[in-house]
Design a protein around this ligand. Structure first.
Ligand code: PRT
Ligand code: ZN
Length: 284
């Protein structure tokens, strides 16, 4: 038995999706320009699809699992379960209006024409806020709609914000924060479920490792206590004697969030020769 996964064929999620599977130790044969491939070392078959089709394939069980943006998953409103947030493909679905216009809250959208590729989510947002507006569904280049007179405002995905800026628009409402997620069909059998767990176990180890760094440093023995107090570590740091009398080597793991702060404190506390090394996998 093989687990079937649907990922984007090309586009913004493709590279990261393939990379994630590789980092999970899953070798894929010849991924370029294929509709389908399989792995030799993990019971996985990969389907390459348009992202818009992935929720449907997973709901129908044509694919057991899939990688897709939350924006697409919720817009398509299909039945599938999110198994894991993957931390890439981050963006938000926002309403943007011409920069020169005043905005006084959602009421400002009353009676407006909204261009979007996300009619379902926009409709839901309007209904929740009791706004009557006209939705114009368009499939691409949504941001040019106000400029060409097709709409008054837009609801589109934003990441850096530069597309809005270039088109003279400003972001006024965030409808959804989104990232790529692993989804699964709602009625997998026990065997499939086991394989999903195996994959998720690996994904978590990869994600955790990316979020952490391995750190090695030298310190005089009389400073070791103070240095250890600064290090969170997985259990406690490893302390090894150096060849030079009176010195030790301290090894630990640091989270990226607090990394630079702690490095500064370690230096101030007398740490020397600090080495920082990426971690490939981290199994807790
Ligand atoms: O061919 P297929 O249908 O599979 O792909 P697609 O063209 O529909 O989607 P694609 O590849 O563009 O995006 C796939 C997924 O990436 C989206 O569904 C989101 O989950 C995620 N993602 C993350 C983004 C962005 N960031 C993003 N910035 N998708 C699109 N954009 C676009 C946005 O629509 C706008 O045009 O980038 C522009 C804004 O970017 P900034 O950086 O200028 O703000
Ligand atoms: Zn698409």
């Amino acid at each position: 038995m093989k687990l079937r996964i649907a990922i984007q064929k090309s586009g913004r999620l493709y590279e990261d999706s393939v990379q994630l599977l590789k980092e999970c130790g899953i070798d894929l044969r010849n991924v370029k320009d294929r509709l389908k491939t399989e792995s030799d070392n993990f019971p996985l078959e990969v389907f390459f699809l348009r992202d818009d089709d992935i929720p449907q394939y997973v709901e129908d069980g044509v694919a057991d699992i899939g990688i897709v943006g939350e924006n697409v998953l919720y817009e398509k409103n299909k039945k599938a379960t999110i198994v894991e947030k993957l931390g890439f493909g981050k963006c938000r679905l926002s309403v943007a209006i011409p920069r020169i216009q005043q905005y006084e809250g959602v009421q400002s959208l009353q009676g407006k024409r909204i261009a979007t590729s996300y009619p379902f989510l926009v409709n839901e947002f309007l209904a929740k806020n009791n706004i009557q507006a006209e939705i114009h569904e368009i499939s691409g280049s949504v941001e040019i709609a106000p400029g060409i007179g097709l709409a008054d405002v837009v609801a589109d995905l934003v990441s850096s914000g530069s597309t809005l800026l270039m088109n003279g628009l400003k972001e006024v409402e965030v409808l959804l924060q989104s990232q790529a997620v692993l989804i699964r069909n709602n009625s997998l059998n026990a065997e499939q479920q086991k394989l999903v767990e195996k994959l998720v176990f690996r994904i978590r180890a990869v994600k955790k490792a990316k979020h952490n760094k391995y750190i090695l440093l030298n310190a005089p023995n009389d400073k070791v206590k103070e240095i250890i107090a600064l290090l969170p570590g997985m259990k406690s740091p490893t302390v090894l004697p150096l060849a030079e009398e009176g010195w030790s080597s301290v090894h630990s793991v640091l989270s990226e969030d607090t990394f630079w702060d702690i490095i500064e404190q370690l230096k101030a506390a007398g740490a020397q020769g600090i080495l920082v090394v990426p971690i490939e996998k981290m199994i807790m």
